[in-house]
Structure formats: structure tokens, C-alpha cells
Design a protein around this ligand. Sequence first.
Ligand code: SAM
Ligand code: SF4
Length: 365
Amino acid sequence: MDGTDADAIRRAMAAPGALGRGELARLLSLRTAEDRAALRAAALEVRRRHTGNAVFLRGLVEIGNSCGKDCLYCGLRRSNAAVHRYAIPEADAIRMAKWSCDSGYGSVVFQSGEIQSEGNTDRIERIVRAVRADCGPDFAIVLSLGEQSRETYARWREAGADRYLLRIESSNPELYRSLHPVDHSWERRRDCLAALRELGYQLGTGVMTGLPGQTAEDLAGDVMFFREIGADMIGSGPFVPNPETPLAGAPFDPKEALETALDFVACVRLHLHDCNIAATTALQVLAPDGRERALLSGANVMMPNATDAEYRRDYQLYKGKPCLDETSGQCRACLEARVMRIGDRIAWRQPGTSPHYLARRAVGL
Ligand code: SAM
Ligand code: SF4
């Protein structure tokens, strides 16, 4: 690594927001194993300064796979007739969240395709209310249900949802447009993020790394974007081509995809310092220890699957999804061993509120 990059890493470790886009793009272009290891070690040091060696768990409930959108990369897109569509009955969704709570996970994430309907809004509202009543005030409820009206987001917040994850997918509107049909809007997604923040949600966003046509400058722009919108949580992961989508034949090198995704996690930690960063499932598709390597690159959150096994096969964004046949209990045991192996510990029963969120709320932002 030359002196310029080493100096950039030192400044990034000293204060959040220290780097410009060009400097981040250079760090995202490091190619030797030694340079990449230095970048990730610096990010790990910043992570441990803010959240110690605690790893927070969120039980992931894939509550339904019907979707009104047609994102070119995603297996759940409405044009994919090969998918068997399901919606988990309310009582079962509540049971899975309660299982997460009873198992010592500090939070649950309800994720699904995007459905904009009064019926779906009512259904989610009832589920959130029931989980809040069953699991108490300290259990965090996270939603990842796509773009919705401000009124819908407000109703779910009022029902008891604390956090919302909505990836911008790419901060570059042109790149976004190349990956979506014309009726999908980057601007609408950005406005949804603004509405979520105003409504008091802990705000989560992210991108896919390794998208076709994406450059190191684009990724640097993504890191800057997260800071500009004041994101509290980041969930980013590698793009993995799905054979049932129009991007089936996109260029893809699993080894480099993993390395890029890990460098990206490290740069997010170095630029944002006190946000929560998820070690996402897609990383595990690229390497069995992909998520642990993300923890060692600055991530501090894991999302074990808490969905009943019978539904998992139908929620495949990409092929190669891990743990399809495991029970939620097996996922829990496997995760604890993985986390301990790298010198971290699971923060059982803690909601793992983003330190960034706590800091901004303390000053009324
Ligand atoms: N429908 C909601 C939304 O789009 O925000 C939430 C569920 S969606 C399946 C969650 C995320 O999956 C998307 O934000 C996208 O980044 C990711 N995803 C979809 N297809 C993918 C693929 N082929 N490779 C990696 N990630 C993918
Ligand atoms: Fe639907 Fe989300 Fe997949 Fe897009 S990424 S097709 S909105 S489930």
C-alpha cells in the first residue's frame, strides 16, 4: 500500500466522514491480499471501539414472497412465473417472531416482496401490534417490506415497528435505472428513506456490490450516500446472478465478488464509524465463512433465518441460498459457534440499537 492510502486509512480511523469520494474509491480498488487485510483490520478496530466484540442477532422472518415489482436481478420479481407464491399466516408469523424473542435474539426482521394494498397494510399492522404485545418494549421490530406510502409507514411505526430496511440498491440513479424497469423510480426510493427517517424509524439502507456496470467510484458514492442521509444501519451484500432473471448471464466471479463485498463493509465502517452493519446471508453463498469474514471486516450484526423451513425454498432471491433445510434451532446453534470461533460474542437478549441512532436522537435529530 502506498503512503497516500495508508494515510487515508489513518484519518478514516480517527474520525467519521474524513474521506472524500476519490480516496474511498482508491481504498475500494486495493487488490493485494496484504492491502485488503490492512483495510479490514482497520475497520475491525473501529468496530470494536464502538460496539466491542458484541454481535447482535436479528431473527429473519421471510413473511411472504409475492411482489408487485420487477427488479431485473431478483428471483421474486413479479414476472418470474416459476416461483410458488406464499404468504405466512398471521398467527405463524407472530409465532416465529416470538420464537426469535424466546431464543434470545434481540430483534426480528419481517421481510417480503413489495405489496402495496390496504389488506397487506392491515395485516402487517396486526402482526406488529401482536409481536409488540407478546415480546415487550425491549424487543426490536424491524420491517423490510419495500416502498410504501408515508401513511403506511406511519401506521406501522405507530403499531410498534422500530426500524426499517430499504436498500437504495445503488446511489447512482443511472445504474439504478439500468437494473430496473422504467416504472421503478430511484427518486421515489430516496423519498421513502427520507419519510422513514422523519417518522422516527431507525433507518437502514444498503446496496448490492458487484452489480453489472458498477465502478469503484459508484461504490465510493454509495458509502458517501449512507452518511449523507444519516443511515443508522447498513445491510449490503454481493449481487449473485439468478438464472430465472434477465441478469442470469451477468459477469460474475464469486471470489472477487466476496473480496469486493468485504472491502465495502470495511469502507462503510471506516466512513460511518457508529452505525450497525449486517453480515448478510448472500456473503455465505460465496464462502461458507463469508459472514464471519464480514464481522472481521467491520460488521456487527447477523440475521439468522427464523422462518419455518417449509417456506425457505420459495424465498430465493438468488440460487445457492444456504441453510434451506435447517430448522431455526439449528441455525441458532451453528451461529453461536461461528461467532465464538472468531473471538466475538453474541449479545443475547439485547436489541442492539444503532449507536448512531442513539447519538442523533440525543441531540434531537
Ligand atoms: N422487497 C423489499 C425490497 O426490495 O426492499 C425487501 C425484500 S428484497 C428481496 C431484499 C433485498 O434483496 C433487495 O434490497 C436486494 O438488494 C436483494 N436482492 C435481490 N436480488 C438479489 C440478488 N440476485 N443478489 C443479491 N441480492 C439480491
Ligand atoms: Fe420485489 Fe424486493 Fe425482489 Fe425487487 S428486490 S423484485 S422489490 S422482492
